[in-house]
Design a protein. Structure first.
Lengths: 163, 246
């Protein structure tokens, strides 16, 4: 069973997961350029005007960003779940990772809720809120690799201790 | 359709529009021509409700409704469309997705149900066929990697999809070669009907060779200084704006 799963992971899950991750990361980084490119060129205001003149409230744009993020976290968590429950390698370590991932997913779902409902209750196209939310997303993306580096360090430490 | 009465507007405390009055009835195409700095683009921004422009007096009525207090997206839902001089690029957001979301947002504001994906695709294919456009552009991100001509052609398709009552074309000919200009003009002409009006803002008469206006206005120093028929545009091409810039 382990051999089959291991092969399955190598043949299907890893390339598929990597493709999904790279795609969503690519989309997300492009969207980030929208969020953080506005100060120097007044781009954000042009973007807002452009979208609103199409009848879109500005938070719709962040919906696209959100979904690419959700897709990323979902795909990654799916891969990790497979590792934890079927591959038996470093179970304890990956359990910790999964816990944080689940926290992240909860955070994303909560953000989704806020994006979807909060602006409608405040005012249409609440720019300040959108910018703040964009910064929260950036914080998440900066903290995620940091967390993975810490996890990797912990893993190496555990292996060294075992040896 | 669109009535602008004694409109005054300023930006950063500087008055740009100084008592502009304009009346565009149903189904007509009006052109505004004028020298640089006369306030043409400001007019389009103020009509569309762009933030940063302070309206200090006057009224803008669309189908008899005062749109001054409406947010830009509400104006779009009321039937206003602005074709940008320089359309914004949005990487990572597919054109199809953007348009579908825009249409659904407008439908929602009108209290209508959302269009489903299948109906949207059918509508898009129909509009593309009507305008003779390929669907290759729709698969790309909004305006990303588009040439000037492609962006403008794309705008025509966007306009066709949103079916506005009043379309403002802000220097839509800028950066277009003759072939692209003809294609865009042809698209606009196909969208002309007795219920839809256009305000075409341009520097040059050449666009008006292809989009025949009913009325031509000359704008200078923030107001309309002369109004006439299509022959006025031809006259301006010969004499320039010196007379009005003084």
């Amino acid at each position: 069973m382990d051999k089959i799963l291991s092969r399955l992971e190598k043949i299907i899950l890893v390339p598929f997961g990597m493709a999904v991750l790279l795609l969503s990361l690519h989309v997300f980084i492009e969207n980030l350029s929208i969020i953080f490119d506005f100060d120097s060129r007044g781009f954000y205001h042009d973007l807002e005007h452009f979208c609103r003149s199409f009848g879109l409230e500005i938070h719709y744009l962040y919906l696209f960003v959100r979904w690419s993020l959700v897709l990323f976290v979902f795909a990654e968590s799916l891969l990790l779940s497979v590792k934890i429950f079927f591959l038996k390698e470093g179970k304890e370590f990956w359990q910790k990772v999964l816990f944080v991932k689940l926290m992240a997913i909860s955070g994303v779902i909560y953000s989704f809720y806020l994006y979807e409902y909060y602006p409608k209750n405040v005012s249409s196209g609440d720019v300040g809120w959108s910018i703040a939310s964009g910064k929260c997303l950036l914080f998440f993306w900066v903290s995620l690799p940091l967390f993975l580096i810490i996890c990797f360090y912990e893993s190496v430490k555990q292996k060294n201790a075992a040896n | 359709m669109l009535q602008i009465k004694n409109l005054h507007a300023s930006i950063d405390g500087k008055e740009i529009l100084k008592g502009l009055t304009l009346d565009i009835p149903d189904g007509q195409v009006h052109a505004i021509m004028g020298p640089n700095g006369s306030g043409k683009s400001t007019l389009s921004y103020v009509i569309a409700g762009r933030e940063g422009y302070e309206v200090t007096g006057g009224q803008i009525l669309l189908d008899g409704r005062d749109i001054m207090e409406m947010a830009p997206e509400e104006r779009a839902a009321a039937g206003l469309f602005l074709a940008f001089q320089y359309p914004v690029e949005i990487p990572g957001v597919a054109m199809t997705m953007f348009l579908k979301t825009a249409i659904n947002s407008i439908r929602k504001q009108k209290g209508e149900g959302e269009i489903d994906a299948l109906d949207f695709l059918k509508l898009m294919k129909r509009k593309q066929a009507e305008l003779g456009m390929s669907d290759e552009m729709m698969k790309r991100a909004v305006n990303v990697g588009f040439s000037g001509g492609e962006k403008k052609r794309n705008e025509v398709l966007q306009m066709a999809m949103l079916e506005p009552r009043m379309a403002v074309l802000d220097e839509t000919d800028s950066g277009l070669d003759i072939d692209a200009l003809k294609i865009v003009a042809e698209g606009v002409n196909r969208l002309r009907n007795e219920k839809r009006s256009f305000l075409v803002i341009t520097h040059y008469q050449r666009l008006l060779d292809y989009i025949k206006p009913d009325v031509v206005h000359v704008m200078a120093a923030g107001k309309i200084v002369k109004t006439g028929g299509p022959e006025l545009a031809v006259e301006l091409e010969k004499t320039g704006y010196a007379e009005y810039a003084a």
